[in-house]
Design a protein around this ligand. Structure first.
Ligand SMILES: NC(=O)c1ccc[n+]([C@@H]2O[C@H](COP(=O)([O-])OP(=O)(O)OC[C@H]3O[C@@H](n4cnc5c(N)ncnc54)[C@H](OP(=O)(O)O)[C@@H]3O)[C@@H](O)[C@H]2O)c1
Length: 281
């Protein structure tokens, strides 16, 4: 019985999370010698992405707080003969972020790709956050404000190379809003709105702004939630392939196949879903 259950879970997992294949050769073909900025480069999805970019011979500018990890990655890039820089910064620190933006404005002559990936997730009901306004400041500053601040700073460099902004969003923002996620979803939805607006405004500049509506990926962020640890999910390397393929294909967004089908239906049934949510403890 347990074996059958496990097999069913395996098949369901393979259906919901189909393999994302991208060969190192194709990655190299598109990213060799390109200038790429990655936030959240030290761990999880951003780390896997940075490693793939470095292996492909991209020139990288890596951003996160963990200096040792960034130093290690940029040393690896330099060993490969690429240019590499890093900045260890808390992107929520507005003064330090402004200094970084100034540096990027002054030093980046061109930029081909900006993977805006650093993120923070918080799961807490609003009633339990009465003395925690900082939950909202933290998620907004990192998930939304740093996207905008960095994008404004690199706009001339992106214009020069007709570059891309690729934002790591969440598939859950495509569905009726679920309880407990007000801080995370508000910040991610604000970023989605900014990206969609920018994509239209930047079209005449040949700058492409793309959103990856990522499903569950096993990382430190998601595995904080114990129930998620045992669910099928993508690996950080799979998610990195999603981001790279999105950048290569120039589509407006990535959505899992099941989200394309079910999200519009979920909105039709939103009143019923909300009734269910209202009954939750
Ligand atoms: N995992 C999922 O299931 C999932 C699903 C949908 C969307 N996403 C999105 O994917 C992105 C990456 O998530 P992940 O799962 O890879 O998370 P993760 O493993 O926790 O990695 C987050 C990255 O962001 C950096 N970061 C966090 N706070 C920062 C700050 N204040 N300043 C600068 N950098 C900061 C972290 O580096 P330091 O700690 O070194 O600063 C790390 O490199 C996020 O935007 C997330 O919302 C994830």
């Amino acid at each position: 019985m347990i074996a059958i259950k496990r097999k069913i879970m395996e098949i369901a997992g393979a259906l919901v999370y189909p393999t994302i294949s991208l060969t190192p050769e194709i990655t190299k073909e598109h990213f060799l010698g390109k200038w790429v900025l990655v936030t959240g480069a030290s761990h999880g999805i951003g780390r896997a992405l940075s490693e793939k970019l470095i292996s492909a011979g991209a020139n990288v500018f890596l951003i996160a707080r963990s200096e040792e990890d960034l130093h290690h990655l940029s040393a690896k890039a330099k060993q490969m003969g690429s240019c590499a820089e890093y900045c260890a910064i808390d992107l929520r620190d507005r003064e330090k972020l402004e200094l970084l933006c100034q540096k990027l404005r002054e030093t980046l002559p061109r930029l081909d790709y900006f993977f805006c990936n650093a993120g923070k997730s918080i799961h807490r009901k609003i009633n339990d956050a009465q003395d925690r306004l900082h939950d909202y400041d933290r998620t907004m500053d990192l998930n939304y404000r740093s996207l905008v601040a960095l994008s404004l700073a690199i706009l001339p460099a992106l214009k020069a190379s007709k570059g891309h902004i690729i934002y790591s969003s969440s598939v859950s923002t495509l569905y009726p809003m679920a309880p407990g996620w007000s801080a995370y979803h508000s910040s991610k939805s604000a970023a989605n709105t900014w990206c969609e607006t920018a994509n239209s405004e930047f079209a005449p500049l040949d700058i492409c702004v793309q959103i990856a509506y990522l499903p569950l990926v096993h990382t430190a962020m998601s595995d904080v939630n114990e129930q998620y640890q045992h669910l099928p999910a993508y690996t950080p390397a799979d998610a990195a392939n999603i981001l790279l393929k999105l950048a290569i294909r120039k589509n407006k967004s990535y959505k899992p196949w099941w989200a394309k089908l079910s999200a519009p239906i979920a909105h039709i049934f939103a009143p019923i879903i909300q009734l269910y949510y209202k009954r939750l403890p």
